[in-house]
Each structure stands twice: as structure tokens, then as C-alpha cells.
Design a protein around this ligand. Structure first.
Ligand code: SF4
Length: 381
């Protein structure tokens, strides 16, 4: 029986273990790298991530050094109260060593029950890397077979899924649903059902990188979908097939939003307000040398160590000037990630002219509680 879940998705027998935590926003998304041997026309990876050898924990860009990156990712997991981790890419096996090291480190830090699932393409799987993943205590594999090929030609890929099913973990399939692809997906289910315990069908998502190709293929955006980035006919196809259906709305709205709300609660300072959308409303004093504007997101993610040191020094220097104006130390929180001060509305209003005299930029900001506090709305005063 097809059931509608509370998370804007459909399922036939309940949702898989890995998804249970995802939909509550309790899973860290570890993006190992954007490298992949395939070039699916529907690939949703953004320019920022596609073909880049950069790792991310949720929205936080990780250091190149794996030991430091693990510490950063664990910090991100703690701040979002994560109880598990979804490992993705690109193809995480492009950097097998890093993937294994991360799983081992997370299991060591959070214990055996920290649920880990990984997205893999069957082509790069073999007995050796599967054994390593198993020994690292991975809990679940979600395979993405090449659905752009005729399923009858995927003998080798299906054998890899069969091989993975011999280990004591959950194996499933997760694929986007191309409109009118029912026959191909039915064939895929027919050939793999003995080796898998679930299949997740995702709505086909539009992104900056696949939009042009979608238009060339005459795919249209589903205007009835409120998110505005789902291809028409994808949901209908999935519902026609339905065994398990994990919609893009679920992924984006529930997983993402719930994780952000947890994060917001954990990072909220005494001066911040958490609004009903889970965004933080803050009173900020920006440095004249570094404040949001065009390309800010990119700029902050790519600051060099030298630039960071310079901004930290400026921050410290300005703190001294601010204290001289009469602002109390407890009224200033130094934000060393965004190189700014978080303060109270009272300070912003009562000391407005003095702040301007110091060439600082007071502002009322609404922002996402992500690592780099992405601003949604800024009013410079
Ligand atoms: S397998 Fe996944 S990451 Fe690789 S190109 Fe296809 S959609 Fe992109």
C-alpha cells in the first residue's frame, strides 16, 4: 500500500533506516569530493562542488589536511546534534582513504550506533574497498546505477550490487526519476530486488549546472511544485513505480530545515532572536574592511590564512576602540569565523554615531545558522 509520510514523500513499507534520521535533520552530510567518473546530464552538483577536490561537512568547507578536516566535521556534527552521517560526492571512492578515515573517526568519536550511509556508483566498487568499508563499520550503501543506459547492459554493475549484498549491512538503490522512465526502472528493480532492501526514488531536481541541458531535452519545471525546481512528470513517474519514494522536498525542506533549527539553537547567543523560520535575527557590527556584499559567500569560504590573520588582528584592534566608547566587554561577542561583532540592539542604537565615527558598519541581519552564517537580509544602519 502506498502511504504518504509526514515528510512530503511516499512509501510502501516505511522508510529505510538511513532516512529515518535524515528526515529529522539528525544526519551530517559529508561531501567527500566532487569528482566522479560519470557525467550524468542531470547531475545536480553546483559549480562550487562539481569536479572539485574539496570536502564539505554540511555547508562548512573543510581543510585540505584530513586530520584537521575530521576535527572540523566532528565539530559540525556536534553543533547540529547529528546522530548519523550521509557520505556523498561525486564519488566518495575517488578518495577511498579519506572516506574510510572519516567513517573510522566518526565511529570512534560517536560510537557504533552513529548511523552511516554512503552513496556509491557500482562501477567503482570491488571486494577490496567493500571489505574496507565494512571493517570501518559502515551501516548502509545506496547505489546509483547508470539509469541512462539500457538496464540489460548493466550486468557488471548489478553484479557489484550483488557482491555488496553479501556483507552484513543494508543495501539499497537511490536514483532520480526521469519522466517516463517507468519501464527502465521496473527492469532495474526486477534485476536487483534480490540484493537490495529498499529503493528510494528522488524527484528530478533542477540546478544551475543542469538547467541548460534540461531545457535542451525539453524538460519543463513543474509549476505546481512550490519549491520551483522539480521537473514536471518526475513525481508522477515515481508514484507509478512506487516502492519507496524519498522526495526532493523531503530532502531539502525537512532534512535541511530541521538540521538548521538544531544548529541555530546551539549557536544562538543571548543577543540573537530565533525567528519562526529557524533563521537568526542578529545585531551585528561589521568591520569596514570585511562586510557582506557581492560575492561575499565565495569570499568568506576562500579566505587565505594570511587574510584571516589580518582580519583577526583588525577585530582585536577594533574591540579595544569599542571598549573605549563605553560599550561593556560582555556586550560584545567576537565572531572569529565571520570577523565581526555580535551585540545587542541597545548597543547598535545607543552607540550608532560612535560606531560610524570608528568607520564600523552596524547592521540588523537575518541569517541562516550555517557555518558561514549566510545572510538572508541585511539592513545597514
Ligand atoms: S553519478 Fe552522481 S555525482 Fe556522478 S555525475 Fe552522476 S549524478 Fe553527478
Amino acid at each position: 500500500m502506498i502511504k504518504k509520510t509526514p515528510y512530503l514523500s511516499y512509501c510502501s513499507k516505511g522508510i529505510c533506516e538511513g532516512c529515518k534520521l535524515c528526515v529529522q535533520g539528525k544526519k551530517l552530510v559529508l561531501f567527500v569530493n566532487g569528482l566522479c567518473s560519470r557525467d550524468c546530464f542531470y547531475c545536480p552538483l553546483s559549480e562550487k562542488r562539481k569536479n572539485k577536490k574539496i570536502s564539505w561537512a554540511n555547508e562548512r568547507k573543510l581543510s585540505d589536511n584530513t586530520t584537521i578536516a575530521i576535527k572540523e566535521a566532528i565539530e559540525e556534527a556536534k553543533i547540529t546534534n547529528a546522530l548519523g552521517m550521509g557520505i556523498t560526492g561525486g564519488d566518495p571512492l575517488f578518495d577511498e582513504e579519506k572516506t574510510i578515515t572519516f567513517i573510522q573517526a566518526f565511529k570512534k568519536e560517536f560510537g557504533k550506533s552513529f548511523h552511516t550511509h554512503i552513496y556509491l556508483i557500482p562501477e567503482t566498487v570491488n571486494e577490496k574497498n567493500l571489505t574496507r568499508l565494512f571493517k570501518a563499520r559502515l551501516d548502509e550503501i545506496r547505489f546509483h546505477p547508470n539509469i541512462l543506459k539500457d538496464i540489460d547492459s548493466l550486468k557488471n554493475e548489478i553484479n557489484k550490487i550483488k557482491l555488496a549484498s553479501k556483507f552484513n549491512w543494508d543495501v539499497g538503490i537511490e536514483i532520480p526519476t526521469l519522466p517516463k522512465s517507468e519501464r527502465n526502472i521496473f527492469k532495474l528493480i526486477d534485476k536487483t530486488h534480490k540484493y537490495i532492501s529498499f529503493i528510494n526514488l528522488n524527484e528530478l531536481e533542477v540546478s544551475d549546472t543542469n538547467l541548460d541541458l534540461f531545457s535542451k531535452m525539453n524538460y519543463k519545471i513543474d509549476e505546481n511544485d512550490f519549491s520551483g525546481y522539480i521537473i514536471k512528470g518526475s513525481k508522477e513517474t515515481a508514484l507509478n513505480i512506487l516502492k519507496y519514494f524519498c522526495s526532493a522536498q523531503t530532502k531539502n525542506l525537512f532534512q535541511y530545515k530541521k538540521r538548521l533549527i538544531i544548529r541555530a539553537k546551539n549557536i544562538k547567543t543571548v543577543f540573537d532572536k530565533l525567528n519562526k523560520y529557524g533563521d537568526l535575527e542578529r545585531n551585528i557590527i561589521y568591520l569596514n574592511e570585511f562586510y557582506p556584499g557581492f560575492g561575499y559567500e565565495n569570499k568568506i569560504e576562500n579566505l587565505s590564512s594570511k587574510e584571516k590573520t589580518k582580519l583577526s588582528k583588525l577585530l582585536e584592534q577594533n574591540k579595544k576602540y569599542l571598549l573605549k566608547t563605553g560599550i561593556k566587554e560582555k556586550e560584545l561577542i567576537l565572531d572569529g569565523i565571520n570577523f565581526r561583532f555580535i551585540t545587542s540592539r541597545k548597543v547598535i542604537e545607543s552607540f550608532h554615531d560612535k560606531l560610524k565615527n570608528l568607520k564600523l558598519k552596524p547592521a540588523l541581519v537575518t541569517e541562516l545558522p550555517t557555518y558561514y552564517s549566510l545572510p538572508l537580509d541585511i539592513e545597514f544602519l
